[in-house]
Ligand binder design. Structure first.
Ligand code: DC
Length: 239
């Protein structure tokens, strides 16, 4: 599906932060919004996932902060937007599918608690988004990576609904579904309670509870917020 933009691209290019817990619909909304605006969609979670995969491959402990930071420094983690979606490359290899598997998902949540790992990630993410024209999604984009982002959205939903969406997305049922739900709850808890940059809505974020909303409704609301910011930035630029 192409979602052609009817926005004026001569305008200033915004930095848009979309944060929220797993299963709230961030990825879908961020990628559809980016397509509409002609922006790049950068998924910060994929970078934590790529590092987690590297740690698994190297048999590094998820609790060894120094070893993880060293691994990050030695690795080349790239997010590559393509027409068919985003690809994640680890040292030149396409790991887009591998990083979605259960062991990497669990490991990503564990490696991301370390301040040193986060500092490295935040620095890379700032470099990637600094020029604007990006929709960056994650957990700490509006609070830490781009505290001055033009638009901050915190996308949330009831935990039960998030679990259901995840299961539908992955077309899973029964015992596997129960595992997915338990994993999601555990990951949520870890993301929200970690000491450094816990998952939290920025004070100036627009919080959208998508529990009872369709994907199209959420997108329309976020798009309207972005359009308002763009209109505002044009008015401001008139001498
Ligand atoms: O968004 P995701 O599910 O792909 O993220 C995987 C893990 O990475 C998640 O459990 C927490 C961590 N993460 C983070 O700490 N900060 C971010 N900006 C993005 C992800």
């Amino acid at each position: 599906m192409t979602e052609n933009s009817d926005h004026d691209h001569s305008q200033r290019k915004l930095i848009i932060a979309i944060d929220g817990p797993a299963g709230a619909g961030k990825s879908t909304i961020a990628s559809r919004l980016a397509r509409k605006l002609g922006y790049v969609n950068l998924e910060s979670g994929a970078m934590y996932r790529a590092l987690a995969l590297k740690a698994i491959e190297e048999d590094a402990s998820f609790d060894d902060e120094a070893a993880l930071v060293k691994l990050a420094q030695e690795s080349r983690i790239q997010l590559e937007p393509t027409m068919g979606g985003n690809r994640t490359l680890l040292n030149g290899h396409d790991v887009s599918a591998r990083i979605r598997e259960r062991d990497v998902t669990e490991a990503a949540s564990r490696v991301s608690v370390h301040p040193g790992v986060r500092a490295w990630m935040v620095a890379r993410q700032r470099e990637m988004g600094v020029g604007g024209g990006v929709v960056m999604e994650g957990r700490d984009i509006g609070t830490k990576v781009f505290p001055d982002a033009d638009l901050k959205v915190f996308l949330d939903a009831d935990p039960v609904v998030r679990e259901q969406r995840r299961m539908e997305q992955q077309k899973i049922k029964g015992e596997v579904a129960a595992n997915v739900a338990a994993d999601l709850r555990e990951r949520d808890h870890r993301d929200r309670t970690r000491a450094v940059s816990p998952l939290l809505a920025a004070e100036d974020a627009v919080v959208i509870d998508s529990t009872k909303m369709s994907e199209d409704e959420v997108l329309a609301q976020v798009e309207e917020l972005a359009s308002r910011k763009l209109r505002h930035s044009v008015v401001r630029s008139i001498p």
